[in-house]
Design a protein. Sequence first.
Length: 370
Amino acid sequence: MEKRIAILPGDGVGKEVSRGAVTILQAVAELFNHKFHFTYGEIGGAAIDEFGTPLPEHTLDLCKGSDAVLLGAVGGPKWDVMPGHIRPEKGLLKIRKELGLYANVRPVQYYSSISGISPLRKEVVEGADMVVVRELTGGLYFGKPSERSFKKGEASVVDTLYYQKNEMERVIRYAFELAAMRKGKVTSVDKANVLESSRMWRETAEEVAKDFPAVQLEHMLVDNAAMQLIKNPRQFDVLVTENMFGDILSDEASVLTGSLGMLPSASVSLTGPYLYEPIHGSAPDIAGMNAANPIAMILSAAMMLRLSFGLEEEAEAIENAVQQVLDAGSRTRDIAVFGTPFLTTEGMVEEIKAALLDNEAILNIMSAYA
Ligand SMILES: NC(=O)c1ccc[n+]([C@@H]2O[C@H](COP(=O)([O-])OP(=O)(O)OC[C@H]3O[C@@H](n4cnc5c(N)ncnc54)[C@H](O)[C@@H]3O)[C@@H](O)[C@H]2O)c1
Ligand SMILES: CC(C)[C@H](C(=O)O)[C@@H](O)C(=O)O
Ligand SMILES: [Mg+2]
């Protein structure tokens, strides 16, 4: 198979983890005899520095002309003080809007070999397996009016939570389709006791549910959902929710796995290429230190192979390699028990690559950690 993949490393650890994902994809191409053409584009702070805008036209064109897009992360303190309120994050919001990426799919998978890393008790997190489906091109992030150019000292400010019904309908439908292939339950998360938009969200969920008689629908208020996620995470299958609620709940859900560095995502559209990115940010506190966990990015690449290219076996090969190195005891700092040895970003990528290319290699890793 021959595919064009746009790589947008972005800022901070985004650059380090996307290098890792490309290494793994090259190994997959070699192993399974595919041709992946990687073309690099700028986004976020890196694009501001070079072109004065967080999403240059040529980056957008590159993405539109590719079969899939892999994105690292954007942002960092360097650009928090930019004049004219040019923010790296605006590039991310714009690419999501321009590519029509209406649903952001964030699987939260429990790995038994690193269960000790979560601050939650093993009995609570064991077996947790859910997907957060986050609406991605509407809601509070995109509603107008919005005073994105708030200036210090102003006495009032406005952000707007706006949705058209069809924007709710398509993402909720996606969640139901996903649940029908999984455990058959959708938890629709809203704030219907306060927000009018949430009342429409609830009504829409009820309407979509009629087309999926085998899928159970429950409604949950977002504040309760935040609590239930860490109290009893096994109750969840697919959660579907507004843009900002989904942003917050998915970072929270990463605590079940032990680290933000473990959670991949896929953003799907009705027409153009899908975009894949870890859910974490540019991690300025560890950027440039070869310390980031590349697994979220590598698992995002696996999601790309499965969802965009239909390469199920290849996706599974990556996921199995990740599972194997974790089972064998390989750790980056974020998932290492305090005081125990850990690998660099590159070290982890090399071990995953070795596991992918040669199952024998994993035995050597295991003996090294024994
Ligand atoms: N999709 C994106 O591009 C994205 C997502 C979130 C935040 N951001 C941006 O990133 C910048 C920093 O934001 P933040 O600090 O709130 O969130 P962050 O996700 O960058 O980091 C939060 C914490 O998680 C850790 N972490 C994140 N990814 C990790 C990884 N792969 N391995 C190990 N540890 C990891 C960081 O070290 C930090 O302690 C901001 O500018 C923010 O806007 C971008
Ligand atoms: C950087 C920011 C705009 C972004 C978001 O809120 O969508 C991030 O937190 C994410 O989760 O991808
Ligand atoms: Mg986020």
